[in-house]
Design a protein around this ligand. Structure first.
Ligand code: SF4
Length: 260
């Protein structure tokens, strides 16, 4: 299969960092959300309401204006290498995964080549990534399954993707969106936090948030919605100390953790 590249140029980590103002030094530890304080004091906390349709449209209009064709940060050359990269990225950084996969994908960019490498070789090439033993096993087995059952192709179906070892709903959604252009929303820890903070869709589980977002995000934004939200969570709306002072949607956010 010819190498598949995403349509947009990759924003380098350095260019993205360059656009990021440093947090204010000495600003103190992360604040405790007001709602948590109120709950601890036994006070009743008013249920939060998700943003309305006009607000959600405005939020995504701003994200699109700032970064029209956002990309994930994992490196890949075709749907198969994207699938492997996402499987390897569980509880690991994209930067760490990319370091290992550059050499791995130079040797094996198809399921047949990966299966031919064998478990020991794969394990040795990904040993810098957390949980590498189990991940190497999964990469080998999923490659063998792709060869034996899917003619060496990555299936374009969430149900079929989820039959592969190491592939859950989130990984399947990333592959469907990034490799095949499907408007799926992969809810990772960043997206889960951002959606509940703004809030776009409230939920106690990633699946609740995913299904909620499916309903409220206008169709025109769905293709890139998960990239915008993940990048926003990773670089601006951070877990411990959201950088609200440089957030482009701060006037539309009703989070009790908002700092401006
Ligand atoms: S204002 Fe703050 S809490 Fe709200 S989305 Fe922006 S960074 Fe996150």
């Amino acid at each position: 299969m010819p190498a598949k590249k995403s349509p947009a140029p990759i924003k380098s980590a350095s260019s993205r960092k360059a656009a990021v103002k440093r947090p204010v030094k000495g600003a103190g530890p992360a604040s405790i959300p007001a709602a948590a304080v109120a709950r601890a004091a036994g006070k009743r906390v008013k249920a939060r309401k998700p943003a309305d349709k006009a607000t959600i449209t405005e939020i995504f209009t701003r994200f699109r204006a700032a970064d029209p064709e956002p990309k994930g940060e994992l490196e890949y050359v075709n749907p198969f290498t994207l699938l492997v990269a996402v499987v390897l990225s569980a509880q690991a950084t994209d930067v760490g995964v990319n370091k290992a996969t550059r050499a791995l994908f130079a040797l094996a960019d198809t399921p047949a080549k990966m299966a031919a490498l064998g478990e020991d070789r794969i394990r040795d090439m990904v040993k810098t990534i957390g949980l590498f033993r189990n991940k190497a096993k999964n990469v080998l087995t999923l490659s063998q399954i792709l060869v034996e059952r899917f003619g060496g192709e990555v299936p374009r179906s969430r149900e079929l993707l989820e039959t592969l070892p190491g592939v859950g709903r989130k990984t399947a959604n990333v592959v469907l969106n990034t490799a095949f252009g499907e408007p799926t929303i992969a809810v990772d820890t960043h997206l889960f936090r951002v959606s509940n903070r703004i809030p776009l869709a409230l939920g106690k589980t990633p699946l609740e948030v995913e299904l909620g977002l499916e309903k409220v995000i206008p169709a025109e934004f769905k293709r890139y919605a998960h990239h915008w939200l993940i990048l926003h969570g990773r670089y601006v709306c951070k877990a411990r100390r959201p950088e609200c002072e440089r957030c482009i949607i701060s006037d539309l956010c009703t989070s009790p953790e908002k700092r401006v």
